[in-house]
Write a protein that binds this ligand. Structure first.
Ligand SMILES: [Zn+2]
Length: 147
């Protein structure tokens, strides 16, 4: 029961629910995610062409296409803790390579992630020395909408 981030590919869902792949249509992405959780669609997000989210245990996943995403297919994923300031590991591991990104305090993660991976996954305002746990990571296939 693990989420797995695959740069360039997307997000492997727990429970053999499939893979949310970059380049999927809104319909295909929703259909895949709906095998794991209830989908909430149609939320408004600045600059997004479409977006939906779902919650599995204490993990909230948002998928969207920005107006620059190719063919308006899925180009962005945000994986968040449902707790605003998590003080412990998430109930469901969110793996990247051999690491559980929500399983260790930030200062330990930043020792094992190389700088390009940090830039890929973490928003710029994350303090690498923090003893808190990460509240969100993101993965983008489309370069135009990092925020
Ligand atoms: Zn985009």
């Amino acid at each position: 029961m693990t989420f797995r981030l695959m740069p360039g590919t997307g997000l492997v869902l727990p429970a053999n629910a499939g893979i949310l792949r970059f380049g999927m249509t809104e319909h295909a992405a929703q259909w895949t995610a709906s095998t794991l959780a209830d989908i909430r669609a149609g939320g408004w997000m600045c600059g997004a062409h479409w977006t939906f989210f779902f919650i599995h245990c204490d993990i909230l996943v948002t998928a969207y296409a920005c107006t620059a995403c190719i063919d308006q297919t899925m180009g962005h994923l945000i994986i968040e803790r449902t707790e605003r300031v998590p003080d412990r590991a998430a109930d469901v591991p969110v793996d990247f390579g051999d690491f559980d990104l929500f399983g260790y305090p930030i200062h330990e993660l930043t020792e094992v992630l190389d700088p390009s991976e940090r830039k890929l996954l973490l928003s710029a305002d994350v303090n690498p020395q923090s003893t808190h746990y990460l509240s969100a990571v993101r993965l983008d296939a489309c370069e135009s909408d990092r925020r």
